[in-house]
Design a protein around this ligand. Structure first.
Ligand code: ARG
Ligand code: GLU
Length: 712
């Protein structure tokens, strides 16, 4: 009988486990989703997760330098995040002699920890619903422009009142497309130090080949520490500062893991677009993303081989290439996933349901009956400008071409004496520009840039109608490019330094004749004259319509589980450890082990290198207390709804302990930014026991493990 009950319980638990849970929930609204989390196995109380009058999990979680997430794991402010989130800091402290990217870095004691003075981490002290206050003074009669003014004034007053010091700041943000407003009261800490990082052969093992892909074997973590002044308060970097004593830190879960275990991802997801109308989504799938992918693909085909041929180029282009490739690969996955999901059909069905519901009641009909038609009409009206805007941004900023956006930085010096800018800081501006140019040249290769220019400009021309391009651009670009890359002063470090020293009217004139500046003039004035105003008008219309659309969901479908799109604020996603069956005939396990690293190891492939030390340790087989049934787990997957910005987020178990660090999603789930699918959406996590093994055995930094609280 007992066995039967056990079997039944097991069956029940796996049947729940095969569904991922959509939504990134606002922690202060925990009462809304707490009972559901409990059904998935959570053992904590609501106030253990979010509280403003006692310490709770949220006090151990920070936004890391404005983008990723990190978590505190000791009473001395020790922080864990991803290697790819800390990469900038690791690179900044590296040189050819001390190549921490290549070899890793481990501070033997606190004196050896490396200050990252440009960095900050942000705690959330409180999330407060201020919707009523923001809308105060607005009636049905208030005009649009008045409404915007009143709201801006209300928000400003709220923020000013709650921003009580330089480090404690309040910001009011729209949620649910402006149907709700929340104020985030946050506290920044600025003395952040690098404590440890594995070599890229661990922290970026698998490289771009494995990026966004399961099965995964990346030890994507890095270790930092927060410092505070003697009163444990936020302070600028100083030798006198002490390790920060947090209100809460996460104990480490050393427990064996199994499929179905509760998981909670607590962090700062950046951006999602669940409410796109069917026509907009179609535009993204069929036109916008493919064009951007094409441009990036073309640039990567130039950059990547060059990096493999030369160490110098590899170091110069490592970060640039990673960022071009990361979104490029994600977008390909998203389009594939949305097509497989038949996302457009699903949207159309939902839009029909929405409009039918609206038409069932006169007052709803008036408010919401036309909103979808209006959204689609707006899309049709402005689509070509939205497309052009995306292409200009891709061309000028995101697909690897650097010369033109760099030259834009000199535009105000070139037009200085034409009355564009009227201040008397010419010398200062020239000096600043020179400083920036020096930084630029450090990681620049003119030959590669010219190749990119020649390869991606034809794509821009082919994709855009002539009237959305500068006049005669299609006929002139090649000659202009030749001039830019052979004779522009801006791309010649020596000549540029001469030009910017003792800058005067004659030099300004010379600069304004420079071919790169000529191109800037054409491109940017065309963009700001013809495209940007339309893009802004579209955005204004859409913002209004989207607010109404979501208001309609909240009003007409009160039982529907609605969640506010991610907006870089603190959120909770819950789920379970689970594998997946993304396609017929395929089944992914929910974990990988160190044996898989050895299987992938390929000394001839830059993405799959291992260090001698790693190979030795593997051979020795000393995995300490970090194994499960004799195996050292490396990564695992869970069914949490996550997105960019969730990198570095703690994955927390039912009792509030750290199970691993979130760092990616499987390729089949990347479409969850637009449409979630419970059967295949999986986030990818580096197992905390692998992290500890690397710190302890590989980094020989056991003192860091000893600082943490390990819980069985
Ligand atoms: N896909 C991860 C996220 O979106 C980034 C992983 C970084 N690694 C890489 N090979 N680019 O940011
Ligand atoms: N790697 C992503 C990040 O940097 C997380 C992956 C995702 O988009 O889910 O935030």
């Amino acid at each position: 009988m007992k066995k039967m009950i056990l079997l039944l319980a097991l069956m029940l638990s796996t049947s729940i486990a095969s569904f991922a849970i959509e939504g990134m929930w606002i922690p202060s609204l925990i009462d809304m989703f707490y009972s559901d989390m409990k059904t998935y196995g959570l053992k904590l109380k609501p106030q253990d997760i979010y509280s403003t009058n006692k310490s709770s999990l949220k006090d151990a979680i920070v936004q890391f330098n404005g983008g990723c997430t990190a978590e505190i794991v000791s009473d001395q402010g020790l922080l864990l995040t991803n290697h790819h989130c800390g990469m900038g800091a690791i690179r900044q402290h590296s040189s050819v002699e001390k190549d921490y990217l290549k070899n890793g870095f481990w501070a033997k004691n606190k004196e050896e920890e490396l200050a990252c003075t440009w960095m900050r981490v942000t705690f959330v002290k409180e999330i407060r619903d201020v919707t009523k206050e923001v809308f105060e003074g607005i009636t049905d009669e208030t005009s649009d422009s008045e409404r915007r003014q009143i709201m801006a004034k209300n928000m400003k007053a709220l923020q000013e009142k709650a921003s009580t010091s330089e480090s404690i700041q309040a910001k009011v943000k729209p949620f649910n497309m402006g149907n709700q407003y929340y104020m985030l009261i946050t506290e920044d800490f600025n003395d952040i130090r690098l404590v440890g990082a594995p070599p890229s052969a661990i922290g970026k093992f698998g490289g771009d080949t494995d990026n966004w892909v399961w099965p995964r074997h990346t030890g994507d973590f890095a270790v930092f520490r927060i410092y505070a002044n003697k009163d444990n308060k936020s302070a600028k970097h100083s030798e006198d500062n002490k390790p920060f004593k947090p209100a809460h830190y996460l104990p480490i879960s050393m427990k064996k893991k199994k499929k179905g275990d509760f998981t909670m991802v607590y962090g700062f997801p950046g951006h999602t677009d669940q409410h796109y109308s069917s026509d907009k989504l179609k535009f993204y799938i069929e036109e916008e993303r493919p064009a951007r992918i094409k441009m990036r693909q073309t640039a990567l085909d130039i950059i990547s081989p060059a990096m493999n041929e030369s160490d110098e180029i590899r170091l110069k282009y490592a970060s640039k290439q990673a960022s071009i490739a990361n979104a490029w690969k994600k977008w390909i996955g998203q389009i594939g996933g949305l097509k497989e999901l038949r996302a457009i059909d699903k949207k159309l069905k939902w839009e029909k349901e929405y409009t039918d519901k609206a038409n069932s009641k006169p007052e709803w009909k008036e408010k919401y009956g036309k909103v979808i038609a209006d959204l689609n009409a707006t899309q049709a009206e402005y689509q070509q400008y939205e497309f052009a805007r995306a292409m200009y941004i891709e061309y000028l900023y995101s697909s690897g071409l650097e010369a033109i956006s760099y030259a834009y930085g000199f535009y105000d010096l070139a037009l200085r004496y034409d009355g564009l800018v009227q201040d008397n800081k010419v010398e200062e501006t020239a000096k600043k520009a020179l400083g920036k140019a020096k930084g630029f040249f450090k990681d620049y290769d003119k030959g590669i840039d010219h190749k990119i220019f020649k390869a991606i400009t034809p794509i821009l021309i082919k994709k855009l109608p002539a009237e959305l391009l500068p006049e005669n651009f299609a006929a002139n670009w090649e000659a202009l490019g030749e001039k830019i890359f052979t004779s522009s002063v801006l791309l010649d470090a020596e000549k540029l330094e001469k030009l910017l020293t003792d800058f005067d009217e004659a030099k300004s004139k010379q600069l304004s004749e420079d071919p790169a500046i000529k191109m800037v003039q054409q491109m940017y004035s065309h963009y700001f004259g013809k495209i940007n105003p339309k893009a802004r008008a579209q955005s204004k219309k859409e913002t209004e319509l989207m607010k109404t659309f979501v208001e309609g969901i909240l009003t007409m479908f009160p039982k529907r589980k609605t969640w506010a799109d991610a907006n870089s604020t603190l959120r909770i996603a819950y789920g379970k450890i689970d594998g997946s069956t993304p396609r017929d005939g395929m089944q992914y396990l929910h974990y990988t082990t160190i044996d898989g690293i050895m299987q992938k190891y390929d000394p001839n492939n830059p993405d799959f290198q291992l260090t001698d030390r790693f190979l030795e340790l593997y051979k020795k087989g000393d995995f300490g207390d970090y194994t499960q049934n004799g195996k050292l787990w490396v990564c695992f997957t869970a069914s949490n709804h996550t997105t960019g910005g969730n990198s570095g987020s703690p994955v927390i178990d039912a009792k509030g302990r750290l199970m691993g660090i979130n760092f990616d999603r499987s390729w089949e789930s990347t479409m969850s930014d637009f449409m979630f699918d419970e059967s295949r959406c999986r986030n990818i996590v580096v197992d905390i026991r692998y992290v500890l093994w690397v710190i302890d055995k590989y980094g020989d930094a056991k003192h860091l493990v000893d600082e943490m609280t390990l819980a069985k």
